[in-house]
Design a protein around this ligand. Structure first.
Ligand code: UDP
Length: 416
């Protein structure tokens, strides 16, 4: 596995660490439990971190020195990719190790995979996680160099993994990939970790007694659209029946968040300033990155979880909230359209209109029975997803690309 720019063991919700890290971590653990060991290569970004660490028994994280041993913005990681590739190849040679398959995550790792498989002559599966052309289509800054590289990688890899039907459609529509080369492997959710639970003690500790709570969880960067949440909260605040409502924001500036928000110090500061301008600074609490294990209580205590992303190839936060029995109000984009059943487990909002978000959030906050009904349906829907199933599909895909050449057509592969 190649995960160059971010480590699957990194703290989620900060810097570049988000859904992709959790996906790599959980899929490797599940594969190892099925007797499929893996080495995950990442760039060393901390001089104190060990050169190797276990992700799970049978899955090893290997930190390859390439460039300064500190976090780098993604555009700076690019210059170190040849160095990284050489490091990966040398590491394998030093152990006399032969890999049976390479799975790369995000376009930067795809670049490395391309070099490695030319040398090793093994099958190659690639997951993009996000796509430059999809982001540009959503109005975010164009990244022409990345988009060009993605076109090359999409053609060169043996198979592509999409996390949702929407991502598959984007690969077909915007990158001209033929659908037979794409396997949809949705991530999962841990239904034991994320489950409805008593929340009285946490509420008291957080001084939330008697207050209704709207929750946002995610890295802070323009792509995540948290601005919409602040605007919607400000509209709700105009109605005195919502004077008790508190909005919690869990997550911190993502690398891209800091860069794209220039000349501001970061997306978080930009959002705080917006809340102040809208006169609701006292109703919005910025919690910073919350350790993944502690998030479970926040999801469970929230009355509504809002996912206002401009694009989302999957949207783990929506799934985790639903698993916790919390209805979700989300933008009708990407994987969120697979996860949220509109009108049943929450609401999908087309277009970017704060008033539409405010209306749906307000309806849910105002109606306890409806919240409970939707929360129950949300939990049931979340149970359709599991990390076990995710790993099973991945394994079927690996089997299918590993079979003697030419790779078996996807129609005959159990992943479909
Ligand atoms: N997350 C977390 N702590 C935070 C913020 C986010 O553990 O403070 C986790 C969250 O639970 C989810 C992941 O980070 O598992 C974000 O995944 P998602 O697919 O929603 O977004 P991405 O980061 O992939 O854009």
């Amino acid at each position: 596995m190649l995960s160059v720019h971010t480590s699957p063991l990194g703290d989620l919700g900060r810097g570049e660490n988000g859904g992709m890290n959790l996906v790599v971590r959980r899929q490797c653990a599940e594969l190892a439990a099925r007797g499929v060991p893996s080495d995950v290569f990442t760039r060393r970004d901390d001089p104190g971190a060990p050169a190797e660490e276990l992700i799970a028994p049978g899955s090893r994280l290997i930190r390859i020195p390439a460039g300064p041993a500190r976090p780098l913005p993604k555009h700076e990681v690019l210059a170190w990719l040849p160095h990284f590739t050489a490091g990966v190849v040398a590491h394998a040679a030093s152990e006399g190790r032969e890999y049976r398959l390479v799975h790369s995550h995000y376009w930067l790792s795809g670049w490395v995979a391309r070099g490695a498989v030319q040398r090793w002559r093994v099958p190659w599966v690639h997951s993009f996680h996000t796509l430059a052309r999809v982001k540009a289509a959503a109005g975010l800054p164009a990244e022409p160099q990345r988009a060009e590289a993605e076109v090359v990688l999409a053609r060169a890899a043996d198979r592509l993994v999409a996390m949702s039907l929407a991502e598959q459609a984007d690969l077909v529509g915007l990158y001209q990939v033929s659908p037979e080369r794409i396997c949809v492997v949705p991530p999962g959710v841990d239904l034991e970790r994320h489950s409805p639970r008593p929340v009285g003690a946490v509420r008291r500790r957080m001084h939330l007694d008697g207050r209704r709570v709207v929750l946002y969880v995610g890295r802070l960067e323009p792509l995540k659209g948290a601005e919409m949440l602040i605007d919607a909260a400000a509209l709700l605040a105009e109605d005195p029946t919502f004077s008790d409502v508190v909005t919690l924001v869990a997550g911190d500036d993502s690398g891209d968040g800091s860069r794209q928000a220039e000349p501001f110090p970061g997306e978080r500061a930009r959002l705080m300033a917006l809340a102040a301008r809208r006169g609701i600074a006292h109703r919005v609490r910025f919690l910073g990155a919350v350790p993944h294990a502690e998030l479970a209580a926040l999801y469970a205590l929230a009355d509504v979880c809002v996912v206002p992303s401009l694009t989302e190839s999957f949207g783990l936060v929506a799934l985790e909230a639903q698993a916790s029995g919390t209805p979700v109000v989300a933008t009708a984009v990407g994987g969120l359209r697979d996860i949220v059943a509109d009108g049943l487990t929450g609401h999908l909002i087309g277009g970017r209109h704060p008033a539409a978000f405010a209306r749906r959030i307000g309806e849910l906050l105002a109606d306890r029975d409806r919240r409970a009904r939707m929360g129950e349906a949300a939990r049931t829907r979340a149970a359709l997803y599991s990390w076990e199933r995710s790993a099973d599909r991945l394994l079927s895909l690996y089997d299918c690309v590993e079979s003697p050449e030419p790779a078996a057509p996807l129609e005959s592969c159990a992943c479909l």
